[in-house]
Design a protein around this ligand. Sequence first.
Ligand code: ADE
Length: 268
Amino acid sequence: MRVDIISIFPEYFAPLDVSLMGKARERGILDIHLHQLRDWTHDVHKTVDDTPYGGGPGMVMKPEVWGEAVDAVIEQGRACGQDALPRLIVPTPSGRPFTQAVALEYAEEPWLLFAPARYEGIDSRVVAEYGERLRADEVSIGDYVLAGGEAAVLVMIEAVGRLLPGVLGNARSVADDSFAPGPMANLLEGPVYTKPPVWRGHEVPEVLLSGHHGKIARWRRDQALRRTLAMRPELVARLDRDELDKHDLRVIEEFEEQRREGTSRQTP
Ligand code: ADE
């Protein structure tokens, strides 16, 4: 996958040299190209922003510089053999939520172009312009406001990058993710343990030492359900009732009873 990032802080992306993403780049699975937005300015101060029309606080990023930058980066990618246009991703707190489903969708793309903004955002005509020519998404990574879109780009690249074939050693770890499609879809992952079997008096749940795969799978599902009920009850409300078996319904009922009595706990 080719990834281009245009930013006034290309140095912000140094973490992409590290760990899993660094290895994916070394192996040529992720082909990341960083660009300094100011390279497309024409004044001595390399100005990228201006005051907002209509007044108000802060500054807005100028459309001309973004237009020239995006056009040039598309041209570069095409010259390197990309035969389709990139998916343009503009991080903004007012975008559509970035979820595991969106990460899976982006992981299918051959080419992503990220345009992280600083200040109060990019002049809205930029997304309008490119939305007419290619697929342009305004995306939010959560209901909070960052100082700029760069951290959001790092989050999205890591979420997408680990889904690319050959990036994770064990293909099952993607299938078992919280939010991954499948029997555990929309359930948070439950607790995990490793050796020693007793640490500071805390014991590993016995069932995990039993070697009984059926019982372990059932226990894990119960724990996932209990954790989701405790942390994200709205996800449980959204579960497809037809996919819940009798045992699940009993776990939900028990949890709700314990909550009413004020005794609900994460792990037995
Ligand atoms: N830029 C600032 N805050 C953001 C957020 N929550 N998501 C994406 N981009 C942002």
